[in-house]
Ligand binder design. Structure first.
Ligand code: ADP
Length: 404
């Protein structure tokens, strides 16, 4: 089994990387941000918990990776795991081969900001670490177990058969990790029916039955579903023709508005950041108060809808920056779901400290847990397991050849 895995999350304007060492809680982290601008820099911590802060003016993805990864080369990673947003219909993590690169390229129209950046990351790491196995871990893969009645849109069939228009779902690595860890904490590892609410800048919900995703709130793209930092979540699709006919907007302007100017930011006209909105609401800002209410109501609606995918409801897991840290948002959301029997313990909810996992229901009704997500840890684990399987397959072939 690989002992150290380098995890790379190459996004559209930033790159996160982390080195995870087996049997060590400590991780080396880095974040390259503001790429392509004079303010581009890499920040992070090294092995001795020493801070790193390197200015890389105007560096692009490739240059940032070279600077960041050359430093990590001293730690000799055994394998590299890449977070890939869209893998089309790929069902699991895969060793990166020319065919997998081609599949990631073909899924680019479905994730135009993310997949090209991932390909730059793969190309750079292949050049810097030509001898290391590299694995692609897909955000979409966990949701490939959804039944057709959950992933099909009520659109003409040829759009699905000829153009892959269907629901894919995202945040799969987080929903997979949190539902596994949460069900383990609840004493029913990968058993029963659970809902997860991943609430960060991007947010999504998921219904999981016996460890498998059966429905999720995001769809063809990460725009569908609940209210997010700057993304609208569900709107009437006729908004496109309404804005085109009445305001003369083109498709790019509408898309930008829905993805970057909506959600909490659009509703509040103040910020996409939940902490800022809670503070503003406490000081009497009515737009911030409404943005929070819409967020919680739509989230509760999404959880209620997804529960239809579960034969039985064991409980709910909160995760992501908002889900892990805001007792206020958890309480407000659950206040919309009393008919499901959720019975929050105010004391347990309020006392849960940042980054800790714990149960917050009062002992009756479906369970409610906070489970901090660990996407990096999950990517490292899946990477190590794919590499180990490849080694095992190679050894099995070799021994077959010897005995033949
Ligand atoms: P990303 O999706 O970018 O990984 P995070 O999961 O870190 O984002 O979540 C960021 C969100 O979490 C922000 O809206 C931030 O305000 C919110 N958040 C973090 N801590 C708190 C808190 N104590 N109370 C409310 N919201 C919080």
């Amino acid at each position: 089994m690989p002992k150290s895995v380098l995890v790379i999350n190459c996004g559209s304007s930033s790159i996160k990387f982390a080195l995870l060492l087996e049997d060590q809680d400590f991780r080396i982290h880095g974040l390259a941000e503001n790429l392509g601008t004079p303010e581009a820099r890499i920040k992070g911590v090294t092995m001795g918990n020493e801070p790193i802060d390197i200015s890389i003016p105007n560096a692009d993805h490739r240059q940032a990776l070279e600077v960041g990864l050359e430093r990590l080369a001293n730690y000799k990673p055994d394998a590299i795991g890449h977070r890939i947003v869209h893998g089309g219909t790929i069902t699991k993590a895969e060793l990166i081969t020319d065919d997998i690169i081609q599949t990631i390229r073909e899924a680019t129209p479905l994730a135009p900001l993310h997949n090209p950046a991932h390909l730059v990351g793969i190309e750079a790491t292949q050049r810097l670490f030509p001898d290391l196995p590299q694995v692609a871990v897909f955000d979409t893969a966990f949701h490939q177990t959804m039944p057709a009645h959950a992933y099909r849109y009520a659109l003409p069939k040829y759009l699905y058969t000829h153009h892959n228009v269907r629901r894919y779902g995202f945040h799969g690595t987080s929903h997979a990790y949190v539902s596994e860890r949460g069900s383990e904490l609840a004493g029913s590892f990968k058993k029963g029916g659970w809902l997860t609410a991943h609430l960060g800048n991007g947010s999504s919900t998921c219904a999981i039955w016996n460890g498998q995703s059966v429905d999720t709130s995001m769809g063809l793209t990460p725009l569908e579903g609940v209210v997010m930092g700057t993304r609208s979540g569900d709107v009437d699709p006729s908004i496109h023709s309404f804005l085109a006919s009445n305001l003369g907007w083109d498709i790019y302007k509408i898309d930008k508005m829905l993805n970057s100017q909506s959600g909490l930011l659009g509703l509040s006209d103040l910020s996409n950041d939940m902490r800022t909105l809670i503070e503003a609401s406490e000081q009497g800002n009515e737009d911030a108060t409404l943005a929070i209410e819409v967020f919680c109501y739509r989230l509760a609606k999404s959880l209620a809808a997804l529960s239809c995918g579960l034969p039985q409801l064991n409980g709910l897991f909160f995760t992501g920056g908002i889900g892990e840290n805001s007792a206020f948002i958890r309480e407000k959301t659950l206040a919309y779901l009393p008919h499901f029997g959720f019975n929050l313990s105010k004391e347990a909810n309020d006392s849960l400290k940042r980054g800790t996992e714990g149960r917050i229901d009062a002992g009756t009704g479906p369970q409610i847990w906070v489970v901090p997500t660990d996407e990096e840890g999950r990517i490292a684990k899946e990477t190590a397991s794919v590499v180990q399987n490849e080694v095992n397959a190679f050894l099995a072939k070799k021994s077959e050849a010897v005995s033949a």
